[in-house]
Write a protein that binds this ligand. Structure first.
Ligand SMILES: [Zn+2]
Length: 272
């Protein structure tokens, strides 16, 4: 008995030890790969890079973003201070109606929104597009509901080359995937390079982009008779979007609406 126990015991102990060693290795490997995963895929606030749970922005940046919600001008999407009733337009929409039918924006263009737009536009932060696109899809529910195609505002090819990608195209793709509407990424072409709009007055901006866009003949079937949602990152005076809408309407689009991430809201205003 004693002998058999002695005979059997050592291998068992060895197996037990080996099992223990393997288990320890597995645990170590698991925590190492978890660590590697944490390093490879950190969850950070897309605006300030502070750690966040989930994705998007941290609580502090969230409170600094001004999401646009009704009541707003049916036409331009400018928020009203109080609700004037359904269908009431802003003075701006009556005095200077744009070529597009309706515009909607996710947020006001202020500090955090500016950081996000600059990241997307000038720092190749493609990682921002899913979050911004998600907010835009929500803000644009009305205009996306009946859309046949989404068209991003194009960059001139020279600028697209130096900046490597079109930020409006990245947003359009995210929105198209969410609402299941095709993106006509090449339907609109910028036929001449325009100086940057920054620092120009409203009328200078309009002149700057006049006739700068066109629907190439071979792309007309993607536009003709279709309801289009034009997508861009920011609406400042709306001159670029207006020029794009005119080009789409010239190509016989049935209707053109606009959806942007952020829009400039000069001051709280109401129709009366
Ligand atoms: Zn933040």
């Amino acid at each position: 008995m004693d002998a058999s126990i002695t005979d059997v015991a050592p291998p068992r102990t060895l197996v037990g030890r080996l099992r223990g060693a393997f288990a320890a290795c597995r645990t170590a490997l698991a925590s190492t790969s978890r660590l590697a995963l944490d390093i490879a895929l950190p969850t950070l606030c897309v605006a300030c890079r502070a750690p966040v749970s989930g994705d998007g922005v941290c609580a502090s940046c969230w409170t600094k973003l001004s999401f646009i919600a009704p009541p707003l001008c049916e036409r331009l999407g400018i928020p009203f201070v109080y609700d004037p009733g359904p269908g009431i337009l802003s003075m701006q929409a009556i005095a200077d109606p744009p070529a597009y039918s309706r515009a909607r924006a996710a947020v006001r263009y202020d500090d955090v929104a500016r950081t996000l737009v600059h990241g997307l536009k000038y720092q190749d932060r493609v990682d921002l597009a899913p979050t911004l696109g998600r907010w835009m899809a929500r803000a644009g529910t009305e205009v996306l509901k009946d859309a046949d195609a989404i068209v991003p505002v194009p960059l001139h090819w020279r600028r697209g080359w130096s900046r490597r990608y079109n930020q409006s195209g990245a947003l359009a793709k995210v929105i198209g995937d969410i609402v299941n509407v095709p993106v006509a990424g090449r339907a609109l072409a910028r036929i001449r390079a325009t100086p940057q709009q920054i620092g120009l007055s409203r009328s200078e901006r309009a002149r700057n982009v006049q006739g700068a866009f066109r629907v190439p003949v071979e792309r007309r079937p993607e536009i003709e008779g279709r309801r289009i949602v034009l997508v861009d990152d920011v609406l400042t005076t709306g001159a670029t979007l207006d020029a794009c809408a005119r080009a789409l309407l010239r190509a016989r689009a049935a209707d053109v609406d606009v959806l942007v991430f952020a829009r400039v809201v000069e001051a709280a205003r109401n129709p009366i």
